[in-house]
Design a protein around this ligand. Sequence first.
Ligand SMILES: [Fe+2]
Length: 265
Amino acid sequence: MARFLHLTDLHIVPEGLLVSGQLDTARLFRGAVDTLIHRLESIGPVDAVLVTGDISDDGSAESYRVAREQLERLGQRLLVVPGNHDDRETFRAAFSDLPEIRSTGQIDWVADIGDTRVIGLDTLIEGKGGGTLRDESLVLLSEALSTAGRRQTLVALHHPPLRTGIRFMDAIGLENPDALRSVLDQHDAPVRVLAGHVHGVYHGLLGRHPVVTAPSCCSAFALDVRKEAPVGFLTGPTGCAVIDTGVGGVWTELPLRYGDGPFAF
Ligand SMILES: [Fe+2]
């Protein structure tokens, strides 16, 4: 088994700047890391921290420096894939010391953590909100699945192969979920797909493969499927997730702010 802390959509900008004139994401993430460090003992040991993209909001080198500084405070092995807000080359430079990050091409990788194979896929189309899986990534995925043996398998990518019903998010979804499904279907065992991008928890199936998205560390989108739904973000709830790939292990949301308590029964 292996346990992962799954963070996503940090949207960091350099200190002193605000995302959309509202969110001090550098401060919010510093607070999130303070909270997680405080809770690490109660959460229990994790084998790696997985971050599924939109680490930066503006793609600046300074935003990655701020993000990395905070991520390092968690003291865990880091696994990272880019999202639509990331700049591929600046992202690569910021994480170039991680063993999975190649010096050129797509930021796709394979990491074996305990008995679990994690396959990170790069869906970034620079300058666009939507994402795609290119042939290069699908080939890497296919090879990684065919050599996974009896390992548990996780696929991590920014854009989930799901529709949320929120029109402004579905308009910038993953272009080719069927291409992902057809590669996953070649693998005998179910593959769990972990994603971000939609700033909330959504669970669905891609064929027989479960897909789940983690909440964002900085903002949320309301579930509003009306045609005239307002386009924009909420300041919460924010959170992350924990996944345990062992037998009987679960995926669970980890809110960054709990209600009051615990009160005795
Ligand atoms: Fe995104």
